[in-house]
Design a protein. Sequence first.
Length: 580
Amino acid sequence: MNLSVLGLDEAFDRTAVETRRQAAPRIVISVLVFLTGLTAIPLASLLVWATMYLIGDSTLWVATDPERQARHPVFFRVLRLFASCMSTCAWVTIGWLWWWAPGAHSQVVAVALITGVLLYVVRSCHRSLAHMAVTGLPPSVMLLVLPFTLPDFTNELGLIWSMILVVAFAVSSCLNAWRSHRVLVDKQHEAEVASVAKSEFLANMSHEIRTPLNGVLAMAHVLNEADLRPREQEAARMICASGEMLERLLSDILDLAKVEAGQLEIEAAPFHAGDLVRNVVAMCRPRADEKGLPITIEIDPVADRTYVGDAVRVRQVIINLVSNAVKFTTSGEVRLALKVGTEGRLRFEVSDTGEGFEPALKARLFDRFQQADGSITRRFGGSGLGLAISKHLAKVMGGTLDCDSTPGIGSVFWFEAPLPVAEAPGPECVNAPSGTMMSAMRLLVADDHPTNLRVVEIILRDVGIEVTSVVNGLEAVQAHAVGAYDLILMDMQMPVMDGMTAVAEIRATEARTDGPRTPIIMLTANAMPEQVRAGRLAGADAHLSKPITPASLLQAITDVSAGDLAAPDLAEAVQGVRHR
């Protein structure tokens, strides 16, 4: 039998939270009913009712426990139905007791109590057909039976028809509410399926675009660092700039998709705010130097300490603000200040002497695909996504992102976040790779794409690293078994054996033979957060997303070789200036 038709599915489990939330009001009402019943019902009968109610509601509390439901969903759904039925029967029983209590008002109280149970069923139990049946049947039957218990029920046809109308109305309301709820559940399921399909499409497209872009961008950087004639040097720089712009657009679109799907995740780890600011300026300074713009730093000693937060996302916001300031400023200076703001919040403030914008245009700046005016896009370029994504990041971190500007004088953007102070400093430094250390290294590279293999070989052999290349995960496992390597670069999607399976096999072999642990970096076009986590779970030490540059690859190798397992963040920091 299809349990979803009866409403015994995950949607039914989600209503357990509401049932548990109503436990306190139910107890208060039951106490009031018990105290009121003392005026007309024998104590022994009330105690029987109270025992029946407590057993039913206690069982209901156990049956709606989320952890128990997750372990044994079917059993606890059935137990919840039993407990709900027992609890409802308890309330019907107190109505029956009031019906036979002395006094003209007793029958009115009885009908009111049982009708109240029916209203509760309509309001709270309509999400499940089975739940609605087991809780609605006892009060419905009782309302229909009560008139026939009167001595001369033939004279009470009006009461009988009234009871029938009440029950019919309750049944009709329950069925209509249940149908509406099932439509919402189906629509939600369709939306979830569409969201999963969208995420898979974005992940696949990201992989397919990043793979060829890796060859373009990495080789362009290699050429740019070579000893070329001025004309060829300019061409290499243009290729680098165009490739970085394309990668920035790709990253922005992926971040936007995560925002829309609610999949943007924030992590918490110690980082040094002062070091983060200095590193951001170091990454943005080459662009500023090209325009002859100085970037100055102002750091309040009170804020120059370690905090707990998502350093990668904080860096992403600050890089976006500083990069925009550099892009839109033609003369003067750019200033980045770190201070403690209102209510002890950490405050990053970026000011520039650029063109500024009118106050009326301020609201548009944080909309998607928007800039202050159309001419900005034509003159300076950009997709208009950076500030929209940064605004959402600030909101997710519990902070604010705002700005102020005076046309012709400049702009000020500030980001405040309620980040707690950490007890110990976190890793927040990017060290230059050591060529001497690398020259003696032996690396194994696994990638099924010839261009990607060639890119890595060219970069690594330029610094004297010995490279062995294989084209799938099985060959990587076999090569690791017969050769000693200082580090392995592993792609994820490969034929014969994928990268994560290969990493798991290598780790299993090392554990079985008690061999040394070889550092492994996932070097892949799979850049989604869930893919990064999957690589870590398989046993990888770091994750470096394509496209790469010589600097980002060598930095990641240096950090992982040195035992710095924060290398994924550091690698992203190296690439961050290209992403925003």
